[in-house]
Ligand binder design. Structure first.
Ligand code: MN
Ligand code: MN
Length: 465
């Protein structure tokens, strides 16, 4: 073997390592990643809305010994509790040996994803077709949501307060739904428009029926027939739409991508591919030093507003309750707490490379992504993690043998985005974004790497333990 030159030795000591993608992983880690993703795919297939993600997470947590939090009870180290916020957000805590005295460890992901919501009064009929008016939720490229099979998910609350949960269209034996688009033969006018004008929000109408209500000679409307079917199946009337949360989401299942099955395609990776590893990190934590909390929040895609979004005081009040039980001041606990804001970043796409700055972009298979800041323009609207906290997290990842990378969202001034990190920072908590790189983010079919999601799990676990 030839000896290394001085330049080679210095290069190893001083310079960053080159990207190697999946070649950098041990076979053992890749095998563990594949195994981890079998369960992740089940979670993603079930969790099409935030409500469904909460149901799945709570059921899973119960199997790991978690019980519903009760602020009148006393808890001891190792106790595991969950707390649900209005069925749309949920916290999972494992009480630490030191409780909240030295602050708590937080991993916070969101379980809402871009989708097509129904308008409060959705049903109409046009030329003997029944359709629903919709109002899209979150940042979508509207054309991507046309001519794909969609399923209906959500909850209707009737006048007497009874709740009806609806899931229709995921199973092949069930009907599904569709937004129509113009055929290419007649799109000469549409094709001259810019992408955001070629398909508008008011064009996102869902086709839901075409046969009239029929009772021998008594013919009624197509819309009436739709309502009659809904009434028979769910006991609801048209007025009940006014108190409902119904969404259309892609109905296809999560699938492996590529001949080597190294990637996963599915709906709602953002941000359930961070929610699931954060959840599993809490579920697999037995006796931490400080109390750990995984919190799965709602409404991130629309700005974290509302009482189930990260700007609400729900999580703060929960931490205050835990602090009070330990005889601590809530705000002291928050001030000593550490958080990983678990959200996705844009993976470099070779087909659209001009949107990325490759030295600071994140890549599939390069491990979990840390984003020091998000925002837009001159670093507006973001929490910029401190150099000190970055060093702490770097050390945690390096010491844990966790593959990681740094990632800005794209080129400076080309666009931007935000996460919940800034709302956590507002509580005087140290926080940085850490998550999984995603291709085609916010599309009805997003792509992530199996190795990366497993590294995210290892990162959250390392924070907690
Ligand atoms: Mn996200
Ligand atoms: Mn998003």
């Amino acid at each position: 073997m030839s000896e290394k030159t001085k330049a080679q030795i210095l290069k190893e000591e001083l310079m960053m390592k080159e990207r190697k993608g999946a070649a950098d992983y041990k076979q053992e880690d890749l095998a563990k990643a594949d195994e981890f993703c079998v369960e992740y795919k089940k979670f993603l297939d079930f969790s099409r809305t935030e409500r469904e993600a909460v149901v799945y997470s709570v059921e899973l947590a119960k199997q790991y010994g978690f019980t519903e939090y009760d602020n009148t009870k006393t808890y001891k180290a190792g106790d595991k509790v969950y707390i649900v916020n209005r069925d749309k957000a949920v916290g999972f805590a494992v009480i630490g040996k030191n409780g909240t005295k030295n602050g708590v460890k937080l991993a916070i992901a969101h379980v809402d994803s871009p989708r097509i919501d129904l308008k409060p009064n959705p049903l109409y009929e046009d030329n003997n077709l029944a359709l629903f008016k919709t109002h899209y939720y979150g940042g979508i490229k509207k054309y991507q949501w046309t001519t794909i099979p969609l399923s209906l998910h959500g909850t209707v609350v009737k006048l007497d307060g009874t709740k009806v949960d609806i899931r229709l269209g995921d199973d092949e034996s069930e009907p599904c739904f569709c937004i129509t688009d113009l055929l290419p033969h007649l799109d000469r006018e549409q094709a001259t428009k810019t992408m955001n004008k070629a398909f508008t929000g008011e064009d996102l109408n869902i086709l839901v029926g075409s046969r009239p209500y029929s009772d021998d000679d008594d013919k009624g409307l197509v819309a009436l027939n739709v309502m009659s079917i809904l009434n028979e199946k769910y006991g609801i009337t048209e007025d009940d739409f006014l108190s409902s949360e119904l969404s259309f989401v892609p109905c296809y299942k999560t699938r492996d991508i590529g001949f080597d099955r190294s990637l996963i395609g599915g709906y709602g990776h953002d941000d359930r591919c961070c929610a699931y590893p954060a959840l599993m990190a809490a579920l697999n934590t037995e006796m931490p030093e400080s109390t750990v909390i995984t919190y799965l929040t709602d409404k991130e895609e629309t700005g974290s507003d509302g009482n189930t979004g990260m700007q609400s005081d729900f999580l703060r009040y929960f931490i205050y309750d835990l602090a009070k039980a330990d005889g601590e001041e809530g705000y002291h606990v928050l001030s000593k707490s550490k958080c990983l804001s678990a959200d996705v970043n844009a993976a470099f796409d070779p087909t659209f490379s001009s949107a990325y700055e490759p030295k600071n972009a994140s890549f599939l298979n390069e491990g979990v992504v840390i984003s020091k800041y998000t925002g837009h323009g001159g670093k507006y609207d973001t929490s910029d993690a401190s150099a000190e906290y970055m060093a702490e997290i770097r050390a945690m990842l390096e010491n844990g043998g966790i593959k990681w990378q740094i990632g800005e969202l794209g080129k400076v001034d080309i666009g931007g985005g935000g996460t919940i990190a800034k709302y956590v920072a507002n509580m005087n908590v140290d926080v940085v974004d850490l998550g999984v790189a995603v291709l085609c983010m916010h599309a009805p079919f997003e792509i992530i790497s199996k190795a990366d999601i497993y590294m995210a799990y290892k990162a959250f676990y390392a924070l907690f333990n």
